[in-house]
Ligand binder design. Sequence first.
Ligand SMILES: Nc1ncnc2c1ncn2[C@@H]1O[C@H](COP(=O)(O)OP(=O)(O)O)[C@@H](O)[C@H]1O
Ligand code: SF4
Ligand SMILES: [Mg+2]
Length: 439
Amino acid sequence: MSAPDDVLVSVRGLKTYYSIRGSFLDRLVGRTGAAVRAVDDVSLELRKGEVLGLVGESGSGKTTLGRTLLGLVPATEGTVEFEGQDITHASEHDRRLLRRRMQIVFQDPHASLNPAMTVAQAVGHPLEIHGLARGREEVRARVADVLERVGLAPAEQFMDKFPSDLSGGQKQRAVIARAIILNPVLLVADEPVSMLDMSVRAKILELMLALKHDFDLTYLYITHDLATAKFFCDRIAIMYLGRIVEIGPSEAIYADPKHPYTQALLRAIPEPDPRRTIPRDLPRGEVPDASRPPLGCSFHPRCPKAFEVCGWESRDLKELLERRWAGLGEEGFEAEQAAVGPMEALDVAKTHVRLAAHGGAHGSDLRGLLDRARAADPAEPFWTGVQEMRDANGSLEIDWYDPVEPRLLPADSVEVECHLYDETALAEAAQRRQSRIPQ
Ligand SMILES: Nc1ncnc2c1ncn2[C@@H]1O[C@H](COP(=O)(O)OP(=O)(O)O)[C@@H](O)[C@H]1O
Ligand code: SF4
Ligand SMILES: [Mg+2]
């Protein structure tokens, strides 16, 4: 553990939920008061002088976490401490002071700059609003200095230009200049290069590393690109559906990824040598809806290694059937779909369902259908989660095991949130396997 005075930011049990009204249909079926769980119980520390990478697919909650940290979005639960002070509910006055110390650089440099302001006006603006420079000359002198530092040199050539006169890379340099002119200690960089041309990305990242050194900065670097994070970050946190699923030193994450999601993200990095053919696909399916996350481990519907304890439920059955039907001929698909009937009942997460047979079929036909699905793909992890199937008066009843919530636990030099590294969960799974009722 690092000494407390090494820690710049400490986040504990942070949740940021966005409330959504839902559609008319949602309200009709009683799905009101739903919330998007954009950040769902995150704890982490940012140490002084480090670059912490926050990596995950789009929609995983990276931006929301970065913005909550800076107080741009209110936390629903939990705390954010900055330099030892709880700033979760800081007053507007304190926030103003904090903005000198914590800055953010957004993805789109074009949208970040007011088209009607010159570079000098934009970059000098923070000095003016915080009343930190005496007179126009001092503002210009400090702007000139910071422009040179970000590589917009000679500064005189850039000061009176408008954003429309600059390239994408130059705009992002100006945005970075504006972010560092107040001498902050923390910079949250939210995908700062993802909208720039490939050719300038590395240059901007090199600039950011040089500035970090010159200005003693600490970075939270947000990206969906694990490849660039490798050379840029000291530590990496992998985020999935609002949670940190793995966190540790960059070398460890790249050399020995533990979480199946991290492993998949690494496999998805294009191989520089085209003769090597490594599968590059991310796991099946998409990132699920963050207002209705899967039970148990949120990654289980996509996880190739999921097993008995990972949180199997009704929605997984629906997905399994849909995947199967996509691969069947029209006739087979129509017959099976007619027997199963409408599947809305499977949309609400449940570990017990009673599936009524339709179209003249019987419960035993449904069982036959599921047996065929299983025989076609016996390695499918879904089947490990089925505790029992029973025919009952024209229906098939299915029970899944209770979900077990994964916890972020140490594993070698990282921390990982996956049952594969949790002795208690492994023991529970072994017991379930032994006592399973033969189907
Ligand atoms: N203002 C908002 N209102 C409602 N939902 C939001 C809002 N902003 C983001 N979300 C949702 O929160 C989740 C996380 O989004 P975001 O933090 O932008 O993730 P990322 O930066 O990883 O793409 C997504 O499901 C997104 O649709
Ligand atoms: S707990 Fe681990 S094995 Fe289970 S679904 Fe999640 S990532 Fe996969
Ligand atoms: Mg984002």
